[in-house]
Design a protein around this ligand. Structure first.
Ligand code: SDX
Length: 430
């Protein structure tokens, strides 16, 4: 990268020139790579509010304008015109595939949808009332115990094989986690179905009766996967990059992403949001919860609201709201009380000065819970669906990092506020 210019940092009367780099879009960056070596100072940025951890060409977010683009393509166009596996190709390869590239890619994924029979048996080592995310985290990490021929990160062919195995097997692992939690037999993937339809088939079909996938519902699920596929350097993606920087195998890295996504401040918000809407219950209780969300002394936050980057409406939330209406319409439950609560909560919050001052808007998780609940998933499965979709984003970001010749192990430093050196105190003197 060629610097756009420099800025000057003056510390105790001494000046230091720091290069400035310009991105294709978004904020310029000040390169502090040499800061410690030249000044003896660290920067301090807990939560990384002002820190660019890497350069990337995959996803761009303009939080002020509510823009999200995968490889330059607006999410609105991809959600309307593309499908999830085509979007996977775009995120991984950087360009939309032509028909033969798309067919080859889909064949490469479809070929790997089965999980090792021994792995399927290992679900029995977990309690059936385990949270499905606990099962998925376990099974994704376990992939490195079964697929040793795709763990060498220095072998390009193995990296490709691991990527395709992960994208292909996530729905199978997730569906098995759901079936295991409800005591039903696992359903094998049907490679004649598209990605989203196959997932619905593995979750909701039974060996005892015929099951037909509803096209509108599988299209809605496919769109939900597109919306959740990648999102720049969010917490779980940064976790994958950090794990990958130590050269851990790809399955271990992606399982670290699943673990980070689980938190209610991140991917767990969709489950927390539906639980919140159920707790509110009726439209007349909305003001009570708005009041609680405004109260500094109350830890309650409106789940599905606010975002570190979006200080405008999350473009995914708009598309998700439309998808929510489509699904409820298809299932003839458009008068679902919980949707009325969600719409009223959004209406009041967007007029409330507390939310306006803090630029708090609905995010991708706000309507996804209602939609996935209507599709038949229990709230414990919502973050699992998020993990299925985000797997390709984690892989694309991990691949970009591994292929960067300058990449090295990530190792942040700290501001130490602990004790000065002191001598050990023998037990009799404590
Ligand atoms: C995802 O990073 C990503 O890209 C994530 C994601 C992705 O695709 O990967 O987009 C997916 O994780 C979406 C976010 C899902 N999380 C939630 O919906 C949980 C509820 N939201 C909040 O916890 C919060 O908004 C965060 C975690 C999303 C963002 O937190 P920040 O950026 O650290 O903001 P903050 O906590 O400093 O809040 C700023 C102010 C504070 O008030 P003051 O101290 O300034 O008075 O806004 C308030 C907060 O108290 N605030 C909220 C609020 N979110 C922020 N108040 C009430 N309800 C909320 N939801």
């Amino acid at each position: 990268m060629k610097p756009k210019g420099h800025c000057t940092l003056t510390i105790e009367g001494k000046s230091f020139e720091l290069p400035i780099y310009e991105g294709t879009e978004g904020p310029d960056v000040i390169d502090i790579t040499r800061l410690y070596r030249e000044t003896g100072y660290f920067t301090f940025d807990p939560g990384y509010l002002s820190t660019a951890s890497c350069h990337s060409t995959i996803t761009f977010i303009d939080g002020d304008k509510g823009r999200l683009e995968y490889r330059g393509y607006p999410i609105e166009q991809l959600a309307e015109k593309s499908d999830y596996l085509e979007t996977c190709y775009l995120l991984l390869e950087g360009e939309l595939p032509n028909q033969s590239q798309k067919d080859e890619f889909i064949e490469g994924i479809t070929h790997h949808t089965l999980i090792h029979e021994q792995m399927a048996k290992s679900y029995n080592g977990l309690q059936r009332d385990s949270h499905p995310m606990a099962v998925v985290v376990t099974m994704v990490a376990a992939l490195s115990a079964f697929y040793h021929d795709s763990t060498d990160i220095n072998d390009e062919a193995q990296r490709l094989l691991a990527s395709r195995r992960l994208i292909a097997k996530m729905p199978t692992i997730a569906a098995a986690a759901y079936k295991y939690s409800i005591g039903q037999p696992f359903v094998y993937p049907d490679n004649g179905l598209d990605y989203a339809s196959n997932f619905l088939h593995m979750c909701f079909s039974l060996p005892t009766e015929d099951y037909q996938v509803n096209e509108t519902l599988s299209k809605a699920l496919d769109r939900i996967f597109i919306l959740h596929a990648d999102h720049e350097q969010n917490a779980s993606t940064s976790t994958v990059r950090l794990a990958g920087s130590s050269e851990a195998n790809p399955f271990a890295c992606i399982s670290s992403g699943v673990t980070s996504l689980w938190g209610p401040a991140h991917g767990g918000a969709n489950e927390a949001c539906l639980n919140m809407l159920k707790e509110i219950g009726t439209v007349d209780r909305v003001p009570e919860f708005i009041k609680r969300a405004r109260d500094k002394d109350d830890p309650f936050r409106l789940m599905g609201f606010g975002h570190r980057v979006y200080k405008n409406y999350d473009p995914r939330a708009r598309i998700m709201q439309k998808t929510c209406h489509e699904v409820l319409e298809t299932l003839d439950i458009k008068d679902e009380p919980i949707l009325k609560v969600a719409l009223e909560l959004e209406r009041i919050a967007l007029q409330d000065d507390y939310f306006i001052e803090r630029k708090l808007y609905p995010n991708v998780d706000y309507y996804s819970g209602i939609t996935q609940n209507a599709l038949g998933f229990p709230s414990s499965m919502f973050t699992v669906l998020f993990a299925i979709a985000r797997t390709v984003g984690w892989i694309a970001q991990w691949k970009e990092m591994i292929e960067d010749p300058l990449q090295r192990i990530a190792r942040p430093r700290q501001l130490y506020l602990g004790h000065n050196t002191r001598d050990f105190i023998p037990m009799e003197e404590r």
